[in-house]
Design a protein around this ligand. Structure first.
Ligand SMILES: *Cc1c(COP(=O)(O)O)cnc(C)c1O
Length: 381
């Protein structure tokens, strides 16, 4: 086995292009002596809210905290149910369980890897309080359909935006086009994810499309009261210093991360464009390959991951031969959330999610990935 020559992700080429800007921004924070929240964080919150098209953006410690704070701000807790997808990183369901509510898993669509809106209504009970769609791999979920259901049943929507910073909803998914109220769809088309539901939760983990150089997260909302609650929850439930009104968290964004994110925000649209171009090239290179299903390049998709399906039970063999050839590839996710040991035996099967967890393979992708490297990647299996 050779040493890995092509990793699944390389963050260094991006850093080289912005090194001077980043170092200047960090130095400014070092000189200011203000390291947690403060003016640098406020500036980033203003800029990112404007970029996303939301009224409020609240910087927090991680994407996981952003999800928990969103749930708590909406008053969701013990005895409540939240409908979500089984096919995501555990932080999605974990946030629901951590606030004391119960995640209810609704199976996914084969084409988008996202929650299947056609199956949501059957999962609603009197305890259901919210729907938490995940825009997996950077692909916007069928949000118009989800919104129509939420309105009908008086449910809240919390978007898990961790993998999809900058993604735009275009309403091109078949489900929204065929089954959704035109007024709802039209109202949402062209908006960025995080501005589509009641609250949005972003992660700035370094590997995400907008990544810090450490942990970070963001809560978004258009609602003044929810924003005020989120701001309290991130600092121990206080509005006024040392006048704690509720149980909160220590979940503040730090100024160095905000400074880094402020620099990167100026470039992220261009990076997302490049990710789409990388995906387009992979799709062309793989179009003739037997038993490989390439992802749909829908409008607004920002390709946090480029994920193919390998049919015929060959996924693990392909992954191994790629590893032997020095190419990194990853399985996101090998075990659906409902099948994780923590929830063992508690949930019925989700056939599509179970099947896709056996078929998916994510290939190396980052904005600066060269075509020649992509050619090496696809030649490998
Ligand atoms: C990364 C991720 C999270 C959690 O974000 P952290 O910043 O690592 O806490 C939540 N949901 C999804 C889908 C993610 O990919």
């Amino acid at each position: 086995m050779s040493a890995i020559q092509i990793p699944i992700l390389d963050l260094k080429p991006q850093y080289w292009t912005i090194k001077a800007e980043i170092q200047a921004a960090i130095n400014k924070v070092l000189d200011s002596g203000q390291f947690v929240l403060g003016p640098t964080v406020q500036q980033f919150e203003t800029d990112v809210a404007q970029y996303l098209g939301v009224k409020h953006a609240i910087g927090v410690n991680s994407g996981t905290d952003a999800l928990m704070i969103s749930l708590r701000a909406l008053g969701i807790g013990s005895g409540d149910e939240v409908i979500t997808t089984p096919f995501s990183f555990f932080a999605t369901a974990e946030s629901i369980s951590c606030v004391g509510a119960k995640p209810v898993f609704v199976d996914i669509q084969r084409s988008s890897f996202n929650i299947d809106p056609a199956l949501i209504e059957a999962a609603i009970t009197p305890q259901t309080k919210a729907i938490m769609p995940v825009h997996l791999y950077g692909n916007p979920a069928a949000i118009a359909r989800i919104k129509a259901i939420a309105i009908k049943h008086k449910l809240k929507i919390i978007e898990d935006c961790a993998q999809a910073f900058g993604a735009i909803y275009h309403g091109t998914c078949t489900d929204c086009k065929q089954n959704c109220d035109d007024a709802i769809r039209t109202d949402l088309i062209g908006k960025k994810i995080g501005a589509l539901g009641d609250m949005g939760a972003f992660s700035f983990f370094p590997t995400k499309n907008l990544g810090a150089y450490g942990d970070g997260g963001l809560v978004t909302t258009d609602d003044d009261d929810l924003a005020a609650l989120a701001r309290m929850l991130r600092v121990h439930g206080e509005k006024k210093r040392y006048h704690n009104e509720m149980l909160g968290y220590n979940s503040r964004l730090d100024a160095i991360q905000a400074a880094v994110l402020g620099v990167k925000l100026r470039h992220v649209a261009q990076w997302n464009q490049k990710r789409r171009a990388v995906a387009q090239i992979y799709n062309e290179l793989l179009s003739e390959v037997d038993q490989v299903v390439t992802p749909e390049i829908v409008d607004g998709h920002v390709f946090h991951q480029y994920t193919i399906r390998i049919l015929g039970g060959k996924r693990d063999t392909v992954k191994q031969s790629m590893a032997d050839a020095g190419v990194g590839a990853m399985i996101y996710y090998p075990i659906p959330q409902d099948k994780l040991p923590i929830y063992a035996g508690q949930y019925p099967d989700n056939a599509v999610s179970n099947k896709l967890s056996q078929e998916v393979l994510s290939l190396p992708i980052w904005p600066e990935l060269a075509v020649e490297t992509q050619q090496t990647v696809v030649r490998c299996p």
